[in-house]
Design a protein around this ligand. Structure first.
Ligand code: IMP
Ligand code: ZN
Length: 319
């Protein structure tokens, strides 16, 4: 098998793991369009634009992307579109099907518990609905687990509520907690008791780490590492001494090539991506999509890109 080119057909067939995928960011435009159309048909008073127009083709979208207009896409658009338990159930089923069709065999999906007052549902209803979808889809088809995300803008009380939900639903497949959200917002130092509680309750911890320069001060990075994370996402703007600490601890890294390149979080395109730095430092690495609905690059395409830009053949990818 060695020295054969790892083309798209090969990487699609390869059984894959996805460890960093935000549920809402993983909903395809076509699924969002179906939800929009269904609501129009039902006569909902819907002022939202058709997702096909609101989320233009990737080439156009990449050129307008900044963290100022990326994060409001969730709060100000997709959450409003998917604002009923039925829509959340449908979207989750489609996301699971999309990952399965791309050849993912082990998935850790993550999501921020949310609630709604108009079509009333609680954060617990939200989490329980997603876990129902995962069970109904069948873990024998695709082994799927859930990580609950804490948004950087959360108060300690809100973050603690997320950890309590994660603890309550551990036996239904919640395996960890994440810290995510707009990296230019919030003070990560307030979450110490929250991550201590998660860890002492047997939950794993993954953190978005050094995504943009504003969230990469030595103080922030040292605070995050003091939470004893099992995995880190992105790890882009990391000073050398902290890189050495991460390598020494052998922390798992979730690296997202297309997301980082298209969102211009890293200079130098694919070939200059820090995957090249980390690939032989001894940390376990997982190639991840982050938000496939937005960046439109599947897990199998991420493997293909890694092969193309970092010289892996089929044998390398299959180990
Ligand atoms: P959800 O948690 O399933 O609703 O997925 C959407 C949420 O994931 C957003 O509101 C963000 O908080 C988070 N998210 C998605 N992409 C990123 C990213 O690139 N960096 C940090 N957070 C992100
Ligand atoms: Zn992410």
């Amino acid at each position: 098998m060695s020295h054969l080119v790892a083309d798209a057909a090969f990487t699609k067939l390869l059984p894959k793991i996805e460890l960093h995928a935000h549920l809402t960011g993983s909903i395809s435009v076509s699924t969002l369009h179906d939800i929009w159309q269904e609501r129009k048909k039902k006569g909902d008073d819907l002022s939202l634009e058709d997702p096909v127009l609101a989320l233009p083709p990737e080439k156009v979208y990449y050129n307008v992307f900044t963290s100022a207009n990326f994060f409001p896409l969730f709060d100000g658009y997709i959450y409003e579109l998917c604002s009923s338990i039925d829509a959340i159930r449908f979207a989750t089923q489609q996301v699971l099907r999309d990952f399965e069709q791309d050849g993912v065999r082990y998935l850790e999906l993550r999501t921020t518990p949310r609630e709604n007052v108009t079509n009333p549902f609680s954060k617990e209803d939200y989490v329980s609905t997603i876990l129902d979808c995962i069970r109904e889809f069948g873990r024998e088809r695709m082994s799927t687990y859930l990580i609950l995300s804490i948004d950087r803008r959360n108060s300690v009380a809100q973050a603690m509520e997320t950890v309590e939900l994660a603890i309550k639903y551990k036996d239904r497949g919640v395996v960890g907690v994440d810290l995510c959200g707009n990296p230019t917002k919030g003070n990560v130092g307030i979450f110490r008791p929250v991550f201590e509680k998660a860890q002492s309750s047997g939950l794993k911890i993954t953190l978005h780490f050094a995504e943009v320069p504003e969230s990469s001060t030595t103080q922030e990075l040292q605070t995050l590492l003091s939470y004893q994370p099992d995995r880190l996402g992105h790890v882009i703007n990391v000073p050398d001494d902290i890189k050495e600490d991460i390598a020494r601890r052998g922390i798992g890294l979730e690296l997202c090539l297309s997301c980082n390149v298209h969102a211009k979080l890293t200079p130098g395109g694919f070939a200059g991506h820090h995957f090249g730095y980390w690939k032989d430092k001894g940390c376990p690495i997982s190639l991840c999509t982050d938000d496939v609905g937005i960046f439109r690059s599947s897990v199998s395409n991420e493997y293909r890109l890694a092969a193309e830009h970092f010289n892996f053949d089929r044998g390398d990818l299959a180990v």
